[in-house]
Design a protein around this ligand. Structure first.
Ligand SMILES: [Zn+2]
Length: 441
């Protein structure tokens, strides 16, 4: 009896054992469907060249702490969708909001997820129904997926490691006419590939979750066959080279980063292979084993929009841009009905995996946020996942807000937001994330 008690105490002192479980489900829509991300597309998809997946990695610290990462070959999770999943996951598995991460690869070769960017696409009744049906099915599939991963928990060794891939390039270029979308090799970038390796009780590799800060847009709007773009091919490359291992891709701060060169299927495969190889290259070596507590915290913060008023929208009604005219109509109506906010409601999340930290951010966050968070937290290994839990607009820096351009201003029209963000949003976001991280120490 006494001996048993001592054993139990020794176990507690040494730290409980971590467990992990993984699951994946194919989410490829059936039949033609409107594709996400490019306004220029003229008709629905024409077949599938590579299937789309949702994948889940559940990790448990053997005590009370657990977290489930879900990565997905879709453009983004609108907040209404992520909240519906979160509510069901809480009810069915007792998983709190902070313990669930929903990340999207931001493929522009996947289906529209309703109502993300819904003003951008000329959907007829039938197409809208297909997109809504796809979204309904996705919710059910992801909820079930989380349950399967939680149900498959087994003894695990989880490691943190890093690799490097070099095809991401800055895409904001100063020209005499202002900032344009164009490759800019001199601009800031983040070529780090954060890697989380999951081995089973026998040391055999079971899963790898990796990230990269680059738009998943090698293929442009003239492609009509569904696929996961470079991120999909990177996961497929790893899974082909390491049978039995599940690869999960999480998008980083890719807002102002494009794969270069781009615009063909072959290039998407080439970038995917390069990223996959970068991950495979570090799989055999032992990474830093993660031990201790697991914890996830989620918070919705408010970021200020740049000032706007009725006059701005009245002027915008005469714009040459049809999307801007539509935005003006919608906003004037919202103003008349007094249901317009000058603040963007914005989700942030911090996850502690033993000594490692993961930060998740909503929206199309530009690369400086990741660089600044790593610098200011003194953690060069910080794994930052953007495109998480909601994709409602771009998140530019103060400097970019002052410069203008697509990520700072024009894209907010397509996202149906009343204005771009105010420059102060950058510091508010960074300070709130740092406080959330600090609360876990
Ligand atoms: Zn984007």
């Amino acid at each position: 009896m006494r001996w048993l008690m001592l054993m139990t105490m020794a176990g507690a002192l040494m730290g409980a054992e971590w467990k992990a479980g993984v699951a994946k489900v194919e989410i490829t829509p059936e039949g033609p469907i409107w594709m996400a991300g490019y306004a220029a597309r003229k008709h629905p998809s024409e077949g599938v060249v590579a299937p789309l997946y949702a994948k889940a990695l559940a990790i448990d610290d053997g005590g009370k702490g657990r977290v489930v990462f879900v990565t997905t070959d879709i453009i983004g999770y609108p907040r209404s969708v992520s909240e519906e999943i979160a509510v069901k996951v809480l009810k069915q598995y007792g998983l709190e909001r902070g313990q669930l991460v929903l990340n999207a690869s931001h493929t522009h070769s996947g289906p529209v997820v309703w109502p993300n960017l819904s003003e951008m696409y000329p959907l007829n009744g039938e197409q809208r129904e297909r997109v809504e049906a796809f979204t309904r099915r996705l919710v059910g599939q992801v909820v079930e997926l989380v349950g399967v991963a939680l149900g498959k928990m087994g003894k695990a060794r989880v490691e943190q490691d890093q690799s490097v891939a070099t095809f991401a390039m800055h895409r904001r270029k100063q020209t005499p006419e202002g900032i344009k979308l164009a490759p800019n090799p001199e601009g800031p970038k983040d070529h780090l590939v954060p890697v989380i390796k999951v081995r089973d009780g026998k040391g055999k590799l079971r899963a790898v979750m990796f990230g990269y800060s680059c738009h998943n847009t090698t293929m442009t709007g003239e492609f009509y066959q569904l696929n996961g773009d470079y991120a999909g091919f990177a996961q497929a490359e790893i899974e082909a080279r390491r049978p039995g291992v599940m690869a999960l891709f999480a998008t980083g701060c890719a807002g102002d980063q494009n794969p270069e060169p781009r615009s063909s299927f072959e290039l998407a495969e080439r970038h995917g292979k390069a990223l996959g190889e970068a991950v495979v290259a570090v799989l055999e070596r032992k990474g830093e084993e993660l031990k201790g507590k697991i914890e996830g915290r989620y918070q919705v913060i408010e970021l200020p929009f740049a000032p706007f008023g009725q006059n701005d929208f009245e002027k915008e009604l005469g714009s040459a841009n049809a999307y801007a005219r539509r935005r003006a109509e919608v906003m004037l109506k919202a103003m008349a009905e007094r249901r317009i906010s000058h603040q963007l409601s914005y989700p942030i999340q911090a996850v502690r995996l033993g000594q490692a930290r993961v930060v998740t951010l909503g929206g199309e966050v530009v690369v400086d946020y990741c660089l600044r968070l790593r610098r200011e937290t003194g953690n060069p290994k910080l794994f930052v996942m953007a495109y998480s839990n909601d994709v409602m607009c771009y998140i530019p820096t103060r400097k970019q807000v002052e410069e203008g351009g697509y990520e700072a201003r024009d894209s907010f029209i397509y996202y149906g937001q009343p204005a771009g963000l105010a420059g102060e949003a950058e510091d508010i976001l960074i300070e709130k994330v740092k406080a959330l991280l600090k609360g876990m120490n």
